[in-house]
Design a protein around this ligand. Structure first.
Ligand SMILES: Cc1ncc(COP(=O)(O)O)c(C=O)c1O
Ligand SMILES: N[C@@H](CCOP(=O)(O)O)C(=O)O
Length: 463
């Protein structure tokens, strides 16, 4: 398997290269040259397999010759051995149609652990026989940062610089990042939004002088390996609900469009998915783009689901490329200039067949939290509630089960959950004594020069 850039230029990469590289030199995101296919028989054979075994079969074609089956299995066993639930990503039934897929049983209580626990091990494996020091740069609206830091803290040959928007993540999310003492972890609070932080990360990859001095890599969904690992749980859940015989719908709380793009990839690989519901909060650029073809960024509004407070949705480019590749370079240039661009008819038609965009406001989110709590005793976090509200608002044939991705543990957002339901969720003991530990982070303006100077003074030049 080789990977090419969504901007259409430059060399193709193999799996090891694409995992270590991050953004393509032309500013694009790497995607597989072709979608591997799983036949109906191969999908049916996943029924009853463990999460690790499912992961090996689903990811195998993307990994190619970079790892043997046994090596991949060993890494998955190690990564998912840290999860607090034997099923890794268990399904929980809410009523006769609605299910939650709990993705928050990893060490930092959000779905990001599913991919980042594996990515940390892939970095270690691929760096073990190279004389290279990686400088990982990332942007987070709260969850990627804590999961990436947990996965990389203390690892040899890697420094991680994580940018979060000052005052726009929950206390638990911030402390999960800033109380980690490992010397290779550097936290920067940016005076701006997540979009500003993500734009800075992409600008650093594009800055030839800076990128030339350091071997830059990514832990955001810029990195293909992140999305690859997220494809697995769509297969794992769907076969438990009757796939391939019975199609399944998924509702995905969406910000950067990575998680739902992993669902799209599963569909392209042959998993019968009836609908991918793209659930957004009031920062609804993707819902608008899918319903009206208008991809135009407004101001970011702070909400009770801060990890989805995103207006520039990085992975949407991967979808546009898959649907109408030739249009993408001009569309991205228009978006960089005007913060707005239009989808082509081909892109709108292609997306409309599988996706439904649904915007959920604060009242609808709180209502979904109460519905889950009062109806089935499930305390859910604000992001999951947005997914569930969108799932319940979407009309689908009665025989199709609808799975809402439960992307974070409610304990990460205790104040918002308590406001909506009256229940204050406890923080699982695996996160430790977060509120007793000292925090360490620096505040910087949202300016490229300030951030590159900061990193240059602390990072190790690559080999
Ligand atoms: C808890 C939670 N839910 C949903 C999302 C949105 O996921 P994505 O950015 O992949 O669309 C995020 C952030 O990524 C998140 O942290
Ligand atoms: N919601 C995310 C934003 C970054 O998304 P990513 O999937 O590209 O890493 C977060 O929690 O940081």
């Amino acid at each position: 398997m080789r990977y090419r850039s969504t901007r259409g230029t430059g060399a193709t990469l193999d799996f090891e290269q694409v995992t270590l590289t991050g953004l393509a030199p032309d500013g694009g995101l790497y995607v597989p040259e072709a979608w591997p296919q799983l036949s109906r028989a191969e999908i049916a054979a996943l029924a009853g397999l463990s999460y690790v075994e499912t992961a090996v079969r689903v990811m195998r074609p993307f990994v190619g010759g970079a790892l043997s089956d046994d090596e991949l299995r060993t890494l998955c066993t190690q990564a998912y051995g840290r999860f607090a639930h034997k099923a890794v990503t268990p399904l929980v039934q809410l009523d006769e149609r609605h299910w939650l897929l709990e993705l928050f049983h990893g060490p930092t209580l959000a779905f990001k652990d599913v991919a980042l626990q594996l990515l940390g091990l892939l970095f270690e494996r691929f760096l073990s026989d190279r004389d290279t020091h990686l400088t990982v740069i990332g942007a987070t609206s709260g969850d990627t940062g804590s999961a990436a830091i947990d996965a990389l803290a203390g690892r040899a040959k890697v420094d991680i610089f994580m940018l979060h928007p000052l005052g726009r993540v929950s206390d638990v999310q911030r402390r999960q990042m800033t109380t980690v003492k490992a010397p290779n972890v550097h936290n920067i609070a940016i005076e701006g939004t997540f979009d500003d932080a993500q734009a800075l990360v992409k600008a650093m990859f594009a800055d030839q002088g800076f990128a030339g001095r350091f071997t830059l890599s990514a832990v955001n969904s810029i990195n293909w390996a992140r999305l690859m690992a997220q494809i697995v749980y769509y297969f794992y859940a769907a076969v438990r609900l009757g796939a391939p015989e019975r199609p399944v719908a998924f509702s995905v709380p969406t910000g950067n469009f990575g998680d739902v793009f992993a669902g799209y990839a599963a569909a392209k690989m042959g998993l019968p998915i009836a609908k991918l519901i793209v659930a957004t909060n009031v920062n609804d650029i993707v819902a608008r783009a899918l319903s009206a073809g208008d991809y135009s960024a407004g101001e970011v509004t702070a909400t009770a689901a801060p990890s989805m407070d995103i207006q520039v949705s990085s992975n949407f480019e991967r979808l546009l490329f898959d649907l109408d590749a030739e249009a993408v370079p001009a569309q991205m240039a228009a978006f960089a200039r005007d913060r707005a661009m239009q989808l082509t008819d081909v892109q709108r038609g292609g997306a409309g067949a599988l996706f439904a965009g649904v915007r959920v406001d604060a009242d609808e989110m709180a209502l979904a939290m109460r519905w889950a709590c009062e109806g089935s005793g499930q305390v859910i976090d604000p992001h999951t509630a947005i997914g569930l509200a969108a799932a319940r608002a979407t009309e689908l044939p009665a025989e199709i089960p609808v799975v809402t991705l439960a992307t974070a543990h409610p304990g990460k957002f205790r104040d918002a959950v308590e406001r909506a339901t009256g229940v204050r969720p406890a923080l699982p003991s695996r996160v430790g004594s977060l509120f007793e530990r000292e925090e360490r982070y620096d505040v910087l303006p949202a300016e490229l020069g300030a951030v590159t100077t900061y990193i240059s003074e602390r990072a190790t030049p690559g080999a």
